[in-house]
Design a protein around this ligand. Structure first.
Ligand code: NAP
Length: 484
């Protein structure tokens, strides 16, 4: 299943100049599944050399030709859906069905941006002088650095790389050290699809700060696109300032999930299950705070708790498993710390609340009620299978509680009142709002946050703009020249 453990630079598989490697761990078993090239900051700069050399030639291809290669990559990813899914489950732990879903979701960005490549339109603007013509065109920004997290080892790469390549940029990807194998398999498929050497490079390594610093300090890199924690995003924002790079940041969230008295409660329970427990609660758009209005509070807690109690926990490659392990010991420690703090401050555990016997990184899906804004889990992402439930009285109280956070990625609201649905949509200070749905990710819509959840949008008609510069040309035609 594991074909590649070397990094991918300039169309070739390369070892670290030091010869060092690092271990990739299966979080379900704790076993080492591969040893992967541990590139240094200096090695990473060689990937920028390659991307910089390749960029002009890649940008000169017609959009149709770039789109053709992207379309082949899309087909190859889907043809290898099962193998890619098995790899995601192996190195990241999510259940196989979710991994297959991630491959399809990740591939959808490649297809979407293959189509968008051909629609990078310019503009003509009526000029301010009779002799002048104003032209506006779009050009690729140049070399792009993409730094991605472990929770979607495939989709977080394709969501960045596809629009960049479609626009005519070349890319250096630094995947998480927890999940480099899926990235390397994607590189093999890109090679098979026909991307020229240097257009897509994958730098693997454990020295994320050193590699990140070297890549961002390089003046040839013109754009940084990052998905990960807000803390690291702020470091990259600062680093980018030195050379005034374009920047996209998809950072942490603290998603409110609001259930109004007038909601369809069964639909709200379905939505909360999907939003909270996908990827064992390790997504940036996971419901992190579930607010339920007083009249339906008990009913919601009872129905939701029954569903959570029935979830099947285990290794992601086992049939029927719905909840896999947490990614590592730090992830587990955070879940336990949040829960202990909530209980110490008076919250009640309805279901779960303890580790699971499936292995050292497994946690039993948990519902905790009576949670209040003073508890740690109200202000920080838990990033695990713990669902905290808060009680509220009025619509304006729900809105105030939901917006009382520095984050602003995704929010959800269940209501059957049309006016309330619009008021909540408009009032929630979030980049993405799901009304009566717990699943909002799609390649056709712009994904991204406000406030400390980030800058820029990925996907949809807006996604490609992040990798394009707008150029304005002013042409003065002079006066008529009748000489023969
Ligand atoms: P993370 O610790 O910020 O890591 C993300 C990436 O940055 C990894 O490749 C990591 O490398 C690298 N990195 C770490 N420190 C760095 C530094 N000083 N300089 C340069 N790169 C550095 O985040 P994570 O724990 O992997 O992912 C979870 C977070 O991502 C959560 O907060 C989640 O909400 C957020 N997320 C956001 C979105 C979104 O679209 N908004 C989507 C998914 C996840 P190593 O892994 O090798 O250390």
């Amino acid at each position: 299943m594991i074909e590649h453990t070397k990094a991918f630079v300039d169309g070739a598989w390369v070892t670290a100049s030091s010869g060092e490697e690092f271990a990739v761990i299966n979080p379900a078993s704790g076993g080492c599944i591969a040893r992967v090239a541990d590139l240094s900051a200096g090695d990473a700069v060689r990937a920028v050399d390659a991307a910089h050399r390749a960029q002009p030639g890649w940008a000169k291809l017609s959009a149709r030709d770039r789109a053709g290669i992207l379309r082949r990559w899309h087909q190859l990813i889907l043809q290898d859906q099962d193998a890619l899914a098995a790899l995601i489950t192996l190195e990241m732990g999510k259940p196989l069905a979710e991994s297959r879903g991630e491959v399809a979701y990740g591939a959808s960005f490649v297809e979407w941006f293959a189509e968008e490549a051909k629609r990078v339109y310019g503009q003509t603007i009526p000029a301010h002088q009779p002799s002048q013509r104003i032209l506006v065109t779009k050009q690729p920004v140049g070399v792009v650095v993409a730094i991605t997290p472990w929770n979607f080892p495939l989709a977080m790469i394709t969501r960045k790389v596809s629009p960049a390549l479609a626009a005519g940029c070349t890319v250096v990807v630094k995947p998480s050290e927890d999940t480099p194998l899926t990235a390397l398999k994607l590189a093999q498929l890109a090679l098979d699809a026909g991307f020229p050497p240097g257009v897509l490079n994958i730098v693997t390594g454990v020295d994320a700060p050193g590699i990140g610093h070297a890549l961002i300090a390089d003046t040839r890199v013109r754009k940084v696109t990052f998905t990960g924690s807000t803390a690291v995003g702020k470091i990259l924002y600062e680093l980018s300032a030195a050379t005034v790079k374009k920047l996209s940041l998809e950072l942490g969230g603290n998603a409110p999930f609001i259930v109004m008295n007038d909601a369809d409660i069964e639909a709200a329970v379905d939505g909360a299950m999907l939003s909270k427990f996908r990827n064992a609660g390790q997504t940036c758009v996971c419901a992190n705070r579930i607010f339920v209005q007083e009249r339906v509070y008990s009913d919601f807690v009872a129905r939701f708790s029954a569903r959570v109690r029935a979830l099947t926990v285990g290794a992601g490659d086992q049939p029927g498993v719905e909840i896999g392990p947490l990614i590592n010991a730090d992830g587990l420690a955070k879940v336990e710390a949040h829960l202990a703090d909530a209980v110490a401050r008076g919250a009640q555990i309805e279901v779960g609340g303890m580790r699971h016997s499936a292995g050292p990184l497994f946690f039993t899906p948990t519902v905790v009620s009576g949670v209040t804004p003073q508890m740690r889990m109200a202000s920080e992402e838990t990033f695990g299978p713990v669902a905290p439930i808060y009680r509220f009285a009025t619509e304006s109280e729900a809105l105030a509680l939901a917006n009382d956070t520095p984050y602003g990625l995704a929010a959800y609201c269940y209501t059957r009142d049309l006016g309330r649905a619009f008021r909540m949509y408009e009032g929630l200070e979030y980049g993405i709002v799901g009304i009566n749905t717990g699943i909002i990710s799609t390649e056709v819509a712009p994904f991204g946050g406000v406030k400390e959840s980030g800058l820029g949008r990925e996907g949809g008609p807006h996604g490609i703009d992040e990798f394009l510069e707008v150029k304005y040309g002013c042409f003065d035609l002079g006066s008529q020249d009748d000489r023969v």
